[in-house]
Design a protein around this ligand. Structure first.
Ligand code: GLU
Length: 555
């Protein structure tokens, strides 16, 4: 077989050679040790939390080593492409501080190694495929799906490994004339690798995360170009990462099983592979067991979820760092104020086995992160989020930013600061009682306080209320009110002689707390009143008193 002629027959329009591309995309001029990494999302419209995890690892690796991080859009499957998805990926990643040095950007492409959309690189793939055909390392295969199914059935019946290899790869042996005839008849075909039949059965490779791996040598005639002329992931990955001079491919564990194919392709093309780093999969605890965080079952697997719930990007970033490198938390404990960018992230400290995604832990991390954000900034974040996600409360919050700021700042400057705030929708629920429009009586009156006492206590409170009281004077008044109504002024007195009292001062404050906030638990009441202001405080107490009185008369 004259492979040169076969290559010319299949790719008559390709006049470029791999050497021309090698010259056009020369080795990068970077300092020793600088890493070139990339993110290669498919624009399906869905960005998985795992994508962000991998994005961080790539971004940190490149930037901490003084290298380059680029974005390549892997859009070879137009059936899966959602309109505007590339832009959505960019803006989703941008809000987490993931910045690319080159590649696809919101305003066109940047960089000398493009195009960075695979759909625009067809000629490059064809050029490299042509070379493989010319060297006898790839060939056209016209087998139909039905023929492939029949072949598989035959192999299974004979208990053989299914797939196209060795003697089963019937079209390896087609003559040039036979190929010409089929091409002229417009029969659809794919280009397949001609796998080595004499290959040793295993090879070893150093994975940047997993260490030495021993894997089976690829024996399959895998598809390089599909019937529409577009490359498979395998072929695009190998040619692109070579020509874009990627030094480290940090990608999800799901690609590990195709690593033998990629190594075989680098070998066939006579090129050196990059360093591979296969990250572990994000898992979720389910009862006693763990399972993969699923796009279908788990809303929290999607980045859109964190946006919708109003997580601060810093919090998500901080949490991901805790699962990216296990010593991050220790570092953070010693460097409270430092920018996360100063942490010495490394791929070899990344986990090799399933990483547990823990929503409770994310919320804890988030509470710590929000505590470090000044209330004014937090107020701006919350109002922007509420407006952008169409929350009905948006206008209300924006109406008085200073008020919101004070609300968000409650208890945050105490010696032991409160950590109540975790994410947008939770914060809105937490602070809703500060707004008359959102106020609801959520908790019932305390069970140990007789119903008839409620309006009496509230009436007494209202009568003596002085908005100018400091915290001590205010609490003294509550003590007096408790005593006047048969409640111990101090909990310890009640404990000593419970028979003497109906309850203690804590029960009285709970009644006032429920009247003011609708809840049994809240931050410091005196501070809440100072923020609500005198008029709103008085009207809340009066309204609750009326409601409680109404209940009594209805009984
Ligand atoms: N397009 C692939 C994906 O979305 C990229 C994998 C890689 O990083 O090589 O999963």
């Amino acid at each position: 077989m004259d492979y040169e002629k076969l290559a010319e027959l299949l790719f008559p329009e390709i006049s470029e050679t791999p050497e021309m591309y090698e010259a056009r995309y020369p080795a990068r001029d970077l300092p020793q040790g600088a890493r070139v990494t990339r993110l290669g999302p498919s624009p399906t419209g869905f960005v998985h939390l795992g994508n962000l995890y991998v994005a961080f690892a790539n971004e940190r690796s490149a930037h901490l080593s003084g290298g380059v991080f680029f974005l390549r859009i892997e859009d070879t499957d137009s059936k899966r492409e959602a309109p505007g998805a590339a832009e959505a990926i960019l803006s989703a990643l941008d809000c987490y501080g993931i910045r690319f040095d080159e590649g696809v950007t919101a305003s066109g492409e940047r960089g000398a190694y493009g195009p960075y959309r695979q759909s625009l690189r067809r000629n490059i793939y064809h050029c490299f495929a042509k070379r493989l055909v010319a060297q006898g390392r790839a060939y056209p295969c016209f087998l139909t799906d039905a023929e492939l199914d029949a072949l598989r059935a035959e192999q299974e019946a004979a208990k053989l490994t299914p797939g196209l290899y060795g003697v089963w790869a019937a079209h390896r042996a087609l003559s040039l004339d036979a190929v010409r005839e089929r091409v002229l008849a417009c029969e659809p075909y794919v280009i397949r690798l001609r796998a080595r039949d004499d290959a040793a059965s295993f090879f070893t490779i150093e994975d940047g995360i997993r260490g030495t791996l021993t894997l089976p040598v690829n024996a399959m005639d895998v598809v390089l170009l599909k019937t529409d002329g577009m490359p498979t992931y395998h072929f695009a990955h190998v040619t692109d990462d070579h020509l874009m001079r990627t030094t480290h491919v940090i990608r999800g564990e799901e690609w590990l099983s195709s690593l033998p194919i990629h190594i075989a392709l680098f070998e066939a093309l006579g090129l050196a592979p990059p360093v591979y780093c296969h990250t572990a999969v994000l898992m979720k605890a389910e009862g006693e067991t763990k399972r993969k965080l699923s796009k279908r079952k788990d809303p929290e697997s999607s980045l859109a979820y964190y946006r919708a719930e109003g997580y601060h990007p810093f919090a998500v970033r901080e949490y991901l760092l805790t699962i990216l490198n296990s010593d991050f938390e220790e570092w953070r404990a010693e460097h409270r104020e430092a920018d996360a960018e100063d942490f010495a992230f490394t791929t070899d400290k990344m986990s090799r086995s399933g990483i547990l995604f823990d929503a409770a832990k994310l919320n804890d991390v988030s509470k710590d992160v929000l505590l470090g954000i000044p209330a004014g900034e937090l107020a701006a974040f919350l109002t922007d989020w509420a407006a952008q996600t169409g929350r009905p409360e948006a206008a209300l919050l924006k109406g008085d930013m200073r008020y919101l700021e004070r609300v968000l700042d409650i208890g945050r400057h105490d010696a032991n600061p409160r950590k109540d705030l975790a994410y947008g929708s939770q914060i809105l629920a937490f602070i809703s009682y500060f707004y008359d429009e959102l106020f609801r009586a959520e908790d019932a009156w305390p069970e140990n306080v007789p119903r008839a006492d409620v309006p009496r206590l509230l009436g007494g409170y209202l009568k003596d209320y002085d908005h100018g009281d400091d915290r001590t004077a205010w609490f003294e008044r509550i003590r007096a009110l408790a005593e006047a109504n048969g409640y111990a002024a101090k909990p310890k007195d009640f404990k000593k002689n419970p028979a003497l009292y109906k309850g203690h001062v804590g029960d009285v404050s709970t009644v006032i707390r429920i009247a003011l906030t609708g809840r049994k638990n809240s931050p410091d009441l005196w501070e809440i009143q100072q923020i609500l202001g005198e008029a709103r405080t008085r009207s809340r107490i009066a309204a609750s008193m009326g409601a409680a009185g109404g209940e009594i008369s209805a009984e």
